[in-house]
Ligand binder design. Structure first.
Ligand SMILES: *[C@@H]1O[C@H](CO)[C@@H](O)[C@H](O)[C@H]1NC(C)=O
Ligand SMILES: *[C@@H]1O[C@H](CO)[C@@H](O)[C@H](O)[C@H]1NC(C)=O
Length: 358
């Protein structure tokens, strides 16, 4: 009798493990879980004080004091954080949880982030995803692999670097001489559409797509481009053009596919809430980075020699570009339960309820 109960309990544990939904992540530093640690690049977060509030209190490659957005989404799925694709630990059972292909510094365009040299461009992240599927097929067979891939949740986050690390990286950049801003936005949206269609062809059927935050308001831009602490108007205009067109493109794709494949996370709106009223969200400031130096702690890298705030939860920005774990929690909370102006056409809790297999 007692043994029977134990066996039943064991059975249900094993079933839940096998059935936990896989999670796949693509994009830039906002979602990189440490791939760049394995690459010869300057875009890395592998030294203290990065990771100071992570469970290990050690740097992991995440651009955060603790958890980042994918980690917190994994928690919503009831799963462990996904491993970076380049991690040697990503073998065997670990493959079933999914994988993180993101690489800090990348953008929609291949020429974005060229100063970081060795990063995994978007097309290459998808090549790796194909490679992942081949590896998984060798392990569990083609049919089960296809099922795992089709039923997984996806997150893709890119586009911000196409502005800050390309168009606006230097005055008179090649892309800004080639395109007026409105035409550049149209161009990168059309290239992004091709990337998302490739992701669909690779089997993705539920994809969270984040827009850019208010890029002109990050501490780095306040330090470099603002004289009075106001958000940079050019980058604000870029975000104002880009985000609605991204949402329109996702709507068009869903219409073409006849299904709600792509879910638009309005990260601009989520960030703007706590930038316009930091106190309401428990922040002391949304202008000054916790870790850095210079005006707004917005210049240079976050290193062991930087200013470091004692209480990271009081800062919306951890470093000059990236949200603190606390801000990431607020963002994931809106992704999970937010109304349509935050996440369209449905939030993550609705997705999980719709897709649950009972
Ligand atoms: C990026 O490079 C890959 C491989 O060379 C190519 O297939 C892809 O079209 C390029 N993307 C853009 C936006 O130029
Ligand atoms: C999540 O989405 C569902 C369906 O759109 C909605 O009913 C629910 O209110 C949303 N959650 C919140 C907290 O708004």
């Amino acid at each position: 009798m007692a043994l029977g109960v134990v066996l039943m309990a064991l059975g249900s544990i094993i079933t839940t493990q096998v059935e936990a939904r896989a999670f796949f992540v693509f994009g830039d530093s906002l979602v990189d879980n440490g791939n760049n640690n394995y690459l010869a690049t300057t875009a890395r977060a592998d030294s203290p004080p990065y990771g100071i509030d992570y469970p290990t209190h050690r740097p992991t490659g995440r651009f955060s004091n603790g958890y980042n957005i994918p980690d917190l989404i994994s928690q919503q799925l009831g799963a462990d954080p996904t491993l970076p694709y380049l991690s040697p630990e990503l073998t065997g059972e670990n493959l079933l949880v999914g994988a993180n292909f993101a690489s800090a510094g990348v953008g929609i365009l291949n020429d974005t982030g060229i100063q970081f040299v060795n990063i995994i461009r978007m097309f290459r992240q998808f090549d790796y995803f194909q490679e992942y599927q081949n590896r998984l097929t060798a392990q569990i067979g083609a049919e089960q692999t296809a099922e795992l891939v089709n039923e997984a949740l996806y997150l893709i986050c890119c586009g911000g670097n196409d502005f800050v690390n390309n168009y606006y990286l230097v005055p008179y950049s090649a892309r800004s001489r080639q395109y007026r801003l409105p035409d550049y936005v149209k161009y990168i949206i059309s290239e992004y559409k091709k990337l998302l269609m490739r992701l669909y062809d690779l089997g993705a059927r539920r994809v969270l797509v984040t827009g850019t935050g208010p890029m002109g308001c990050v501490p780095a831009e306040l330090a470099m481009r603002s004289t009075n602490g106001q958000c940079d108007p050019q980058l604000m205009q870029a975000a104002a053009l880009y985000n609605p067109q991204l949402q329109g493109m996702l709507r068009d794709l869903n219409n073409d596919y006849g299904s709600d494949i792509f879910i638009a996370a309005n990260t601009q709106r989520m960030h703007s809430d706590f930038i316009s009223d930091p106190q309401q969200y428990g922040f002391e400031t949304s202008k000054v980075a916790c870790c850095g130096q210079g005006p707004y702690n917005g210049l240079g890298l976050c290193t062991a020699a930087s200013n470091l705030c004692p209480d990271r939860d009081l800062y919306a920005f951890w470093d000059a570009f990236h949200p603190s774990e606390k801000a990431n929690r607020l963002i994931v909370q809106q992704i999970t339960t937010g109304a349509n102006e935050y996440i369209y056409p449905m939030n993550l809790s609705t997705i999980l309820a719709l897709d649950s297999r009972t």
